[in-house]
Design a protein around this ligand. Structure first.
Ligand SMILES: [Ca+2]
Ligand SMILES: [Ca+2]
Length: 309
């Protein structure tokens, strides 16, 4: 008996000529704007600014720009350095919201490498410095007592030393704690306060893949907290967020449903027949260069009718 079957094909992933499933499509916007305006533009017209999680995606991004009629191969991507966000004693420290006795002009992220904090013995003021510098160590115990350690070491060694003695590297939450800490100092000492730069994408996902140009990031002028990419080389540069550049946006994969009407003598309600059908259809699509999609069948039995071509 011939049956007409309404068949819903659910395609997840994006359709294109790629070997692996595509989870996003990149869009180049040939329009110069600040990083913040670029973020707004991408969110209005696409999903967000381009994110790049591995070498393969970087290649896809570069390929998507080939043939663009742009006069400049630099474009913003969705990576920025949130310089207001620090970590203090395993808690989030927000610049301006939490207590800080920063020296004038600090923190300045000097050379893009200053992500640890020390306290000055004579002024009690804080400054961001390179974590590899040697500084004195003060630990804090559960009772909130500051314990001076008469050795100089890197920030990471200091963190470990305090932990191995069941204490924590010194942290300061208010002015009275700052005064209390300064009282035990014999020279400049580490604070727990530190940050992880370039840690989040514009869409909120964690960042771990970087392709910096040699010598970058350098935080030139202490004012470079956004990233642009040259699509010819795929290399990253930190840059002033207020500069005007083109932008790469992205669109994440969505599921599409197609309605097909097929006639067959086979019993399409049979799961094995369905499986074979999906297999054959996938193979046929792949032959046409359509890969990176997942097919799901949803069947609705129609009324018995005469076969139609
Ligand atoms: Ca500094
Ligand atoms: Ca730079």
């Amino acid at each position: 008996m011939w049956k007409n079957i309404l068949l819903f094909l659910s395609l997840s992933g994006l359709v294109g000529h790629h070997a692996s499933p595509i989870t996003k499509l990149y869009h180049f916007v040939d329009q110069k704007m600040t990083w913040t305006d670029a973020q707004r533009h991408c969110r209005e017209h696409f999903d967000d600014m381009a994110t790049v999680v591995n070498r393969e995606e970087l290649k896809q991004l570069q390929e998507s720009m080939i043939g663009s009629d742009n006069d400049d191969d630099s474009m913003w991507i969705g990576l920025y350095d949130d310089i207001t966000r620090w970590s203090n004693y395993n808690q989030t420290y927000i610049m301006g919201q939490h207590y800080g006795n920063w020296a004038p002009g600090e923190p300045n992220l000097g050379a893009a490498e200053e992500i640890c904090t020390k306290i000055n013995q004579s002024t009690g003021q804080w400054m961001d410095v390179q974590c590899s510098n040697p500084n004195q160590v003060v630990c804090i115990n559960d009772e909130g007592d500051y314990i001076y350690v008469p050795d100089q070491m890197t920030w990471h060694k200091a963190l470990e030393l305090c932990k191995s003695n069941n204490t924590q590297l010194a942290s300061v939450r208010d002015a009275s704690e700052n005064t209390k800490l300064v009282a035990v100092l014999e020279s400049d000492a580490w604070l727990w306060l530190h940050r992880r730069p370039w840690s989040r994408w514009s869409d909120g996902r964690g960042a771990s893949y970087f392709n910096w140009k040699t010598g970058e990031p350098n935080n030139s002028g202490n004012n470079e907290h956004c990233i642009f990419l040259r699509f010819n080389t795929g290399l990253y540069y930190d840059y002033n967020c207020g500069s005007l550049l083109n932008v790469a946006c992205q669109q994440r994969a969505k599921t599409s449903t197609f309605k097909l009407k097929i006639s067959s003598e086979a019993n399409l309600m049979d799961p094995e027949v369905q499986r074979q059908f999906v297999e054959q259809l996938s193979a046929k699509l792949a032959k046409e260069g359509v890969t990176g999609v997942k097919l799901h069948l949803v069947l609705k039995e129609g009324q018995d009718q005469r076969p139609q071509k």
